[in-house]
Design a protein around this ligand. Structure first.
Ligand code: SF4
Ligand code: SF4
Length: 499
């Protein structure tokens, strides 16, 4: 199968997409015709002396001109068939290297929570997490993990001269384990690694913010507060007595805003979950009016749902795109908060994959001309984004995947991570999916995390599989967007930072 295709936008313009070479090129009618003929049957490219396309006549001289262009690209490596040996394998060294350069360490400091939100990722809808038993992470676990990482951070594998590392505190509700948080910060502040600068972040329901805010401000925390909008919008976020937590939460947030206005402006953001008791418009209006902030609005996670809860989940779920389309102040929301526009979000993701101008590492800038070996799927190399440690000492590549995918463990007696075994396990998943990737058009720009596929240990079927029609529609919709709103190209590059 060839990855290169010709697609047509809503404005009837044609383009050549050559993902293996990372190009999308405007294509004239004759050029498109030649490419389409070649893709249909590369052994029989008999071009006529005259062509009529859309009532316009093209003579041999023009056809030859575009044929030469086509041959030029062909000689540069375009229009090749996908080969199985383009799919590489992960090795243990790569995993170790990522860990030595990891810049985000997140602790699940407790599985206890002072709320019991209906849609919680560790609640009634989901099945892929460890049982919640009100456990609190002891400091010794963090100390073992940090000592292990500190050795790697100071080893020749760490390539940065000055390394900013974010330590995230996650729960349950992290403010319920302040002793742990204070001990970790104290330990890290005294750790003699001059080239590493630590900063702190936390996602909180804000119920215990009142009594802890002085410390969080003193340590310059970045705080993400979960708030779903006004009192009615927030009513899935209930305390253990089933009472809406809204009033207590609001009081604490207001107190922080009044006591530390500069900190609040700079360090506090809001995260809202979209469901059937709120809407994009209600969330946006409330948080904008009360706090002058643009919330980040997220849909419910639809992975790992218990079979018996599927119907109830569907009733609770609300789609971000549809909710935004229905907002009466759609324009205002889009202008104020571009990233809440699913079209724009999609465009940013499209541009990060297809512009050829986004590099994960400095060294990638040197190797763009070298033919890449792809790892099947869009799964990150473990620890390239972060390292997540659960309250039970499981080590994962992030907090968004099922705990059954732990890559290692940490306990009071040390860290158990076998990089070769991790690579082998992930390679075994890759093997199961490579045949699907071979006939999929998203290979070079895949965003499908393998951990989100069901039956990973048996025969996973990729939900993201993209045939030619689906891929062509995807390309056409994004390029049509840019044709209609070219100013958003600049906006996406200048105003969006990709974490
Ligand atoms: S979307 Fe699925 S089938 Fe397609 S390349 Fe990605 S992992 Fe492979
Ligand atoms: S969701 Fe998958 S790809 Fe994304 S950070 Fe987690 S493990 Fe990596």
């Amino acid at each position: 199968m060839k990855s290169d295709i010709i697609f047509t936008t809503a404005n009837n313009n044609k383009y050549l997409s050559a993902p293996a070479n990372n190009y999308i090129i405007p294509a004239s009618p004759v050029f498109s015709y030649i490419v389409e003929q070649f893709i249909k049957n590369e052994n029989d490219l008999n071009l006529p002396d005259k062509l009529v396309i859309n009532d316009k006549e093209y003579l041999k001289e023009q056809i030859d001109y575009y044929y030469n262009k086509f041959m030029f690209l062909k000689n540069k490596g375009f229009f090749l068939k996908k080969r199985k040996d383009e799919f590489g394998k992960l090795n243990g060294k790569q995993v170790e290297w990522q860990l030595a350069n990891v810049d985000h360490l997140v602790f699940e400091v407790t599985d206890a929570c002072n709320l019991k939100c209906k849609y919680c990722g560790y609640g009634e809808f989901y099945a892929d997490y460890d049982e919640r038993v009100n456990k609190y992470m002891p400091f010794e676990i963090a100390r073992e993990m940090i000592s292990y990482l500190a050795a790697l951070w100071q080893s020749p594998l760490n390539y940065s001269r000055n390394h900013n590392v974010t330590i995230g505190f996650y729960g349950g509700e992290p403010l319920m384990n302040m002793d742990f948080i204070k001990s970790v910060i104290d330990y890290l502040e005294k750790l003699p690694i001059p080239k590493i600068h630590f900063n702190w972040s936390m996602t909180t329901n804000a119920l215990l913010l009142g009594k802890n805010m002085d410390f969080l401000v003193e340590k310059n925390f970045n705080i993400l507060i979960s708030l779903d909008g006004n009192e009615e919008n927030h009513s899935y976020r209930v305390k253990h007595n089933n009472k809406n937590s809204f009033r207590d939460v609001l009081q604490n947030i207001k107190q922080l805003q009044q006591k530390y206005p500069d900190f609040f402006k700079k360090n506090v953001n809001f995260n809202s979950v979209l469901h059937n008791k709120n809407s994009v418009s209600e969330i946006f209006n409330y948080i904008k009016k009360e706090f002058d902030k643009n919330p980040s609005i997220n849909e419910l996670n639809d992975v790992g749902i218990r079979p018996e809860k599927v119907e109830e989940f569907k009733k609770t779920y609300r789609n971000n795109y549809q909710s935004l389309q229905q907002a009466e102040n759609y324009e205002e929301i889009i202008n104020e908060s571009m990233l809440n526009n699913p079209d724009f979000k999609g465009l940013v993701s499209f541009m990060s994959q297809y512009s050829g101008n986004i590099f994960e590492k400095y060294t990638d800038m040197l190797s763009v001309k070298i033919k890449k070996i792809y790892l099947p799927s869009g799964t990150c190399t473990p620890f390239s984004k972060k390292i997540f440690v659960t309250v039970n000492g499981k080590i994962l590549p992030c907090e968004r995947i099922g705990f059954q995918h732990a890559l290692g463990t940490v306990s009071k007696s040390g860290v158990e991570l076998d990089f070769e075994k991790i690579a082998q396990r992930i390679n075994s998943y890759y093997e199961k999916i490579t045949d699907q990737c071979m006939s999929c058009h998203r290979t070079q720009t895949c965003v499908q995390c393998i951990y989100y596929l069901d039956k990973l240990d048996e025969r996973p079927v990729c939900k993201g599989f993209t045939n030619e029609k689906r891929f062509s529609d995807y390309l056409a919709s994004n390029i049509s967007y840019l044709e209609n709103k070219p100013e958003d190209f600049k906006k996406a590059f200048e105003e969006v930072s990709i974490g």
